[in-house]
Each structure stands twice: as C-alpha cells, then as structure tokens.
Design a binder for this molecule. Sequence first.
Ligand code: PMV
Length: 324
Amino acid sequence: MNIVEVSTPGKLMLFGEHAVVYGKPCLVTAVDQRMRVTIERVRGAGIILEAPEVGVSGQALKLGGNDLEKVPRGAKFVAAAINNWAAKYPLATGLLITTKSEFLSEFGFGSSSAVTVGLIKGLSELWGKDMGKKELFDLAYQSVLDVQGVGSGFDLAAAIWGGTVYFKTGGTIIEPVAIKGLPLVVGYTGVKADTATLVQAVADQKAQFPDLVENIFEGIEQVVLKAKICLENGDLETTGKLMNINQGYLESLGVGTVVLAKLIYAAREAHTWGAKLSGAGGGDCMIALGADSEKIEEALDAVGGRIIKVKTGAEGVRVENKEL
Ligand code: PMV
C-alpha cells in the first residue's frame, strides 16, 4: 500500500497584515487546529479529490495542466499545486487525495494554504524527493498566486515552519521568533471575509492616497518591529498596546467592520492589554491579549462572538503516517 498522511497547522496573523503585501514585515503564528491531507496511490491514471468540508466530492483532476478556470472553487488550490508539482516532477499514477480539517474554512485560519502545503509535502514524501522548507514554500507560493493572483504567502510560512514567524512577502525573510507563551483569545465574527476583495480595497485606497497610505504602511512596520522585540522579551502588556495601535492603522485602511469593532471594544473593556482584527479584516476573527482569558471570553460571548480555543506556536507541517 502506498499512502502518506500529512498535517499542517492553521495560522493567525498577529501583526502587519496588508502592509506585508507591500514589502513590510509581519508576524504570524501557527495554531494547533490542523488540516490533514492524505494521498493514496490507486489504480488508474487520474487524480480524485475528496474535500467534503468545501463541498468537493469525487472531483477528477489531471496529473498536470489542470485548467484552473474550470476547476470548482474548493479544488483550485489542489489543482494548482498538482500543476506546479507535475511541471517539476512527472506524476505517473492514479492518486486519491483526501482533505480533512479540524477548523472551519470560514475562520480565516488559512485552510487553502494549509492544504497546498500539505499536498506538496505529501507528494514529496510519496515520490521520495527530499524537499527543503524553502523549496516547499516556493512551490506552494506559486500555486497560491496561480489561484488568487495576490498574497504575501505569510500563511504558507506558518504552515511550513510552525511556531511564530517574522515574515516578508514572497518569503524573502522567514525568521522563527522565539516567544514565551501567548495567551490569545480568538473571537470569530460569524462573517466570512474575502481576502482578495479586501486586498483590492487597500490597493484602491493606495491609488487614491499614495502618500497617506505609504505612511500608514510605515507606521505598521514600526509596530511590527517593536512587537517582535516585546514578544521575544515576553512583554505582553506592551505587545497588547501595539495591537491597539495596529488596529488603528487597519481602521484607517478601511478594513474594519462594525462586528469586528464590537468584539474588539468588548474585549478591551474586559481589561485586555490589547485587541485587533487578524487577517484581511472585513470579518473572520479578532484576537485579544490579556491576563484573564476567561473574562475576555465572557465579554466576547456577550456580544455574539464565537470563541475559538487555540494554542499558538504550533508545530509546522509534519508527516503523520507513511506506508510505502
Ligand atoms: O485573510 P487572511 O487571513 O488570509 O489574511 C490576509 C492578510 C493580507 O496581508 C491582507 C494578505 C496577505 O496575503 O498577506
């Protein structure tokens, strides 16, 4: 039997979203809710994808050269990753690929990137190719760009390296940050955000007010650099203050929403050190940092937030099972 099972962590952006698309650094942490990708060699020449959580069942894919326009939404990242893999290493057998997630794709935990990394890692194990982390990143990043055209790739870095990572767009810098425990409370707004739309909204804002927006990006960069030092020193109180400043910048970029603000202010009133949105904005999740997590959770719950229990700094991609 030829079967490989790989798991990859989800992620939470801590600091620096949006500015990272324009060459500034960000800080991202991997979370302990994982995506599992299983690849099995089967009879036949094609590929079948089962991804029940995104409504994909029995989806036939080619061993390369898949037309991404024609592939259903839930299968696009797998199709793109197969195209890029096959362009490098020929695929010549039937495969059954199954994905299974411990978290909802709506949370914005980076399920597409987690699947992309898991798939490429799985193929490299199945084909006995010794892939370094950066090579894995580059193939996965190309696949993400093939599907969505934009993106820094920060979530791929979290999926591959795990832990907490200081990151620059396209993986020009990927540096693990050694942090002591981070008692984050995560609140889900119940609203699914579309990252590409929000990235475009910031691009429009930048086109209209280039100087103003560049200043905001530079401000965010300062926040990220200070936050990195605070995290390394375990100074969570100052880290929280920096989260509030980062949130202010994100509001000026126009990616905040009433629901996010409701959760963020509820958390702040529950004596947090700080709170901000995490990711593209427009919905998804917010994060809060404080000494009394229970109190923050109660406050979020009271305004309709859904608490998602996670541990930060989770392990990166790993092989769970391999029978060759
Ligand atoms: O929506 P998310 O969680 O994938 O975060 C997007 C973060 C951005 O900086 C807006 C885009 C990116 O690719 O870095």
